[in-house]
Design a protein around this ligand. Structure first.
Ligand SMILES: Cc1ncc(COP(=O)(O)O)c(C=O)c1O
Length: 465
């Protein structure tokens, strides 16, 4: 009895790293989350901006006269300077040195489209992708096949959604006779959070491949050092790193690979010279070549503000925080089976969450083992002001693997049904697919995670009888 008197009062247990720092940051910069009692868990969909980012950007817009760049008038000069400042900031943020051009695009998809459109696909080219790519990468195969290039996919392991290393190596070794070889893969899965080894960049390059790294899901919570790895092309979206502005991404192009991208048309801003009287035109030979028309010169300065904001926190600290939150969430969710031990929740991906990003996908099952509709789960979460996401997240490969959807039958139906039946097929396929995805970001608190865990428990309780 006596020993109880000397017991310390129970301290709320938190396993989250840098808790004091990030709680204070959330109070200062993201108070709207608490004010609206909103549990935002869709950071892979889009990050949230800090209050100070929009204050600084608004102040800039309020106090300056910014005109269309590339002229000598003062409003134009200022815009040009601010855009250049942002461009240099991006290159510095990724430690690109003098090795890369930074092409501003609308988003990561826009960056990937430039690669798809301009890479020299032909009979002597090959495109290698992995099953865990985003649709914006899969779409590149259309450029490839229409120009008689060949393509294939390296598969993903069913058990933990990592790359099948043996088969990837085989694919990388297979195309010895091809003149142009492009390997496109995500540094991090936008679905499972799995980080695919950046060493594949070195491996592929040694075998004569050009590498396009889809860094959209990776750079919001991990350091990308372009002195350590130098893929020929890197695609990303800025709103995924710091929330604001939307509508801006970039393609980082290694200068040595720049001449390989063959642009097939021109537009305002991309040419040094064009004529009406003759068919001759001369494109710019730097980033301007790919920035069609007037760039988003009012929003681009907000990239500098956003990157400065992240730098002040430190990407390493963001990474540690996100890893600890993911581990916590994963461990708590794993405990949530039915009282008799039967399965309620299935989490896809690796069991070790030490080096995955902050994304977790899962499915829930009723007592009979039947999948609970992911759309019903989302609808219930909506009612509790929890923002999560359901579906297949523009990543059909992972979804097909998780839900055991094979090509058998589907392929034929796809090409032989009329459009009425096709709709039926698509909706049937949709019903077979999908998962619930939650993702954490630097504003996430333990309270958010606990609220989600309570929500999952409430779903379980509903299906317990
Ligand atoms: C890995 C990955 N690649 C590409 C994209 C496409 O990005 P955006 O929609 O910003 O073009 C996303 C978006 O979620 C992504 O996660």
């Amino acid at each position: 009895m006596l020993s109880n008197l000397f017991k310390k009062p129970a301290v709320p247990q938190t396993s989250l790293l840098h808790d004091t720092y990030f709680n204070e940051l959330r109070r200062k910069e993201y108070s709207r989350l608490c004010n609206q009692e909103h549990t935002y868990l869709d950071y892979t969909g889009g990050n949230l901006y800090a209050q100070s980012q929009i204050d600084k950007h608004q102040e800039l817009l309020r106090n300056h006269i910014l005109g269309n760049p590339h002229s000598t008038n003062p409003s134009s000069k200022l815009s040009t300077e601010l855009v250049q400042e942002a461009r240099e900031k991006v290159l510095q943020f990724f430690n690109a040195g003098d090795d890369y051009e930074c092409v501003f695009t609308q988003n990561a998809s826009g960056a990937l489209k430039i690669v798809g459109e301009c890479y020299p696909h032909c009979e002597e080219s090959h495109l290698l992708m992995i099953a865990d790519n985003h649709n914006s990468v899969h779409g590149i195969r259309e450029y490839c096949s229409k120009q008689d290039g060949t393509y294939n996919y390296a598969p993903i392991n069913f058990e933990d959604l990592t790359i099948n290393e043996e088969q990837l190596e085989e694919s990388l070794n297979a195309q010895v006779d091809k003149k142009h070889k492009l390997f496109v893969y995500p540094a991090q899965s936008n679905v499972s959070g799995v980080k695919h080894d950046l060493e594949w960049i070195h491996q592929a390059q040694k075998l004569g491949w050009d590498v396009c790294l889809d860094a959209a899901a990776y750079v919001p919570s991990s350091v990308l050092d372009l002195q350590e790895y130098q893929p020929e092309f890197v695609a990303l979206s800025f709103y995924k790193i710091f929330g604001y502005p939307t509508g801006l991404g970039c393609l980082l192009v290694k200068k040595t690979a720049f001449p390989k991208l063959n642009k097939k048309w021109f537009a305002g801003g991309t040419v040094q010279y064009a004529s009406v009287n003759n068919p001759f035109y001369l494109l710019h030979d730097n980033y301007e070549k790919f920035e069609n028309g007037t760039i988003n010169y009012l929003d681009i300065p907000a990239i500098t503000i956003g990157l400065n904001f992240i730098e002040k926190i430190g990407m390493q600290r963001v990474n540690e925080r996100i890893t600890s939150m993911t581990k916590y969430l994963y461990q708590e969710l794993k405990k949530l089976n039915y009282a008799d031990g039967s399965r309620f929740v299935h989490i896809f991906g690796p069991t070790c969450r030490e080096s995955t990003g902050g994304t977790i996908i899962m499915n829930f099952f009723d007592r009979a083992g039947k999948l609970i509709s992911v759309y019903d789960v989302e609808a219930q979460a909506n009612e509790m002001n929890i923002s999560l996401r359901s579906g297949c997240f523009c990543n059909p490969g992972i979804d097909e693997l998780n839900n055991n959807i094979s090509n058998d039958g589907i392929e034929n139906q796809f090409f032989t049904t009329d459009s009425g039946n096709l709709k039926g097929l698509v909706s049937k396929l949709k019903d077979m697919r999908g998962a619930t995805r939650v993702s954490v970001g630097l504003p996430t608190s333990q309270k958010d995670l606990d609220k989600f865990i309570d929500f999952v428990k409430s779903v379980r309780n509903e299906f317990s009888n």
